[in-house]
Design a protein around this ligand. Structure first.
Ligand code: NAP
Length: 254
């Protein structure tokens, strides 16, 4: 797919990886539909994308985890742009906790249902809803399309992340399923599994934990947001990519 002039939607585009993807695709001439919960962050991302060269940038405040608002969101994107060629399912949250924690034979904590459900709602259901609605718009407007789900190195299973690991394994499997189901409509799908990338989500970790993690990365540093954005660009541009997951993790294995 040639990116210039194409319409790409990005969820969680207000900051972090989503904002970096938006900026890179803007430089390549994409028209952008930026989705997030934070209006102020969206305004700033919109300004950055216009400055970077995007011919059209609209933003939408929406919760990806809610069916009605997601249906309305993609109907609005379709009417504003009269096209949709790409979606990056990037919005995500963490609510880390051990499944169970015992001290001296006594249970001191457990992952709550709220922690489980919050992550499943945004990171798994949100990807399902946005992927479904984006694909419907692509089919109905007869656009060649590409859907990219942002998974994680944690999809292999990571301590303290029962909820997050389950969701991130799920979105990778969804990309494989959709590659098979949607190819007949000219839609490709893929996923990206970042390792540790220097965004607010990761910088919020305790410094000792961050340093320990960085020491374990063969590349000896965290990734930069633009290194994930580069992968998004590669997947969009390479028409023979479909169904696969790209591990962008500096060689780290959990
Ligand atoms: P981030 O800095 O926390 O940004 C996530 C964005 O998603 C925020 O702008 C957030 O808005 C938005 N968002 C959260 N819940 C939403 C919802 N329900 N509806 C719409 N937008 C919502 O995170 P990031 O580090 O850039 O991560 C982006 C993606 O990459 C996530 O899926 C994450 O799991 C994945 N990932 C990141 C890393 C890493 O090292 N950074 C590694 C592996 C995978 P608010 O600010 O309003 O909450």
């Amino acid at each position: 797919m040639k990116i210039a002039g194409k319409t790409i939607a990005i969820t969680g585009a207000g900051r972090g990886l989503g904002a970096a993807m938006a900026k890179r695709l803007a430089s390549a001439g994409a028209r952008l539909a930026l989705v997030d919960l934070d209006e102020q962050a969206l305004l700033e991302a919109q300004t950055a994308c216009v400055k970077a060269g995007s011919p059209m940038v609209e933003f939408y405040v929406a919760n990806v985890a809610e069916e009605g608002p997601v249906e309305a969101l993609f109907a609005k994107i379709a009417s504003d742009f009269d096209a949709l060629h790409g979606l990056v399912n990037n919005a995500g949250i963490t609510r880390d906790a051990l499944l169970l924690k015992y001290e001296d034979g006594e249970q001191v904590s457990k992952m709550t249902l709220e922690q489980w459900q919050a992550v499943i709602d945004v990171n798994l259901t949100g990807v399902f809803l946005c992927g479904r609605e984006a694909a419907a718009v692509m089919i109905e407007l007869a656009c060649e399309g590409c859907i990219i789900n942002i998974s994680s190195i944690s999809r292999h299973g990571n301590v303290g992340q029962t909820n997050y690991s389950a969701a991130k394994a799920g979105v990778q499997a969804m990309a494989v399923t959709w590659a098979k189901e949607l190819a007949r409509y000219g839609i490709r799908t893929a996923s990206i599994a970042p390792g540790f990338i220097a965004t607010e989500m990761v910088m919020a970790m305790k410094p000792e934990a961050r340093e320990k993690l960085t020491r374990a990365i063969p590349a000896t540093r965290m990734g930069e947001p633009d290194e994930i954005a580069q992968t998004v660009q590669f997947i969009l541009e390479n028409d023979y990519v479909s169904g696969r997951c790209f591990d962008i993790d500096g060689g780290l294995r959990l």
